[in-house]
Design a protein around this ligand. Sequence first.
Ligand code: SF4
Length: 414
Amino acid sequence: MTRKKFDIPKMYQSPIIRKVKEATKIIDPMKKDLEPTVLDFGPVQFLIPRFFGFCYGVENAIDIAYRTVAENPDKDIYLLSEMIHNPTVNEDLQKRGVKFLFDTDGTEHIPISSLSEEDIVIVPAFGTTLEIQSQLKEVGIDPYRFNTTCPFVEKVWKRGKQLGKKDYSLVVHGKHRHEETRATFSHSADHSAVVVVLNPEEAKILADIMTGERPGSDFEKYFGHKSTGGFDPIKDMERFGVINQTTMLATETQEVMEILREAAIKRFGEANVLDHFADTSDTLCYATNENQSATLALAETDADLAIVVGGYNSSNTMHLVEILEHHFPTYHVRDKGELSPDLINHFDQWDKEMKRTRDWLAMKESPHKIALTSGASCPDILVDEVLLQILEYFEDTNKVGDVISPFEEKLEPE
Ligand code: SF4
């Protein structure tokens, strides 16, 4: 897909990170080099991954949403739910009068039945369910008129539909309450038997049920609440493909595919596996792949700690944290407001709560090396602000202009 140019509001653009990203694109147009960039401020260095931040789908959604708000000052504008999982962007849209119909887990705030055909409803980047699409149509609202569903999510749905036409069932690797997985489930259930698995551990349980190593009754226990009615793990897993919530760890999706492919081989024999297991690896999202690969390269550096900027309900941000925390202390923060010189507030996805860590910058040696990145729904400006905030905690740092000028030299004059 050719990279479209999107109109991103100036307030989300950043004077530092944007220049680094633009320059790296020019230096490495074929995207071959995953080596992180070092921004050397003297007593502190920031290690910036090759890929991070806004992806195609998020830029597309922001472009459409802000254009819709600007062009329709007299209309009531609604978003089905958070447009992307970033509080800064969502709060700004709410300040501009946009109202949310549902919250992230599907709880209704404003009934669709109370809307009129004059109203505007923006479908978020995750897409929405067929049920909500028909409720909108019932009140006279076209769900495709202001649709920001990411084309890479739609690609997953299309592939699922092709498989459904050939009588394949679908295994969705995702979090079953996440908006995107609910949307993908709904679109898939229109043509296939569907079951959602969260991780390789659950894939193994499903595989064991398929091959008879676990009783069939375990299906109801583990998957009854996240599969289509009457799903039969023996019959419906005779022909299947795996699709994913696009922000899951790509390596985990591949693991889920491999576990279930092995089970298909065990059941039907190696020679017949292609008749029973569809190769869907081409549906994995490019941005998730790039961002996670670049994060793995960042994890290989000798950073002292990592900061990941992003919403606390952002699935892709949590996966970046998950990669980095195996290598160094890693702090997930929504913005610079969580930082002070001797204390950092950060989200712990495993305990699902905010934590406070003291002396987080107390490192033995200088320069302090800080890996800094952000999720796909995080505006670069928030990363700039975190970087500038940390610089304030150090004396005698190199000037930002001096550190950035080698990158500016690579760019075309604006
Ligand atoms: S992560 Fe991928 S699928 Fe999700 S919005 Fe971004 S580009 Fe689209």
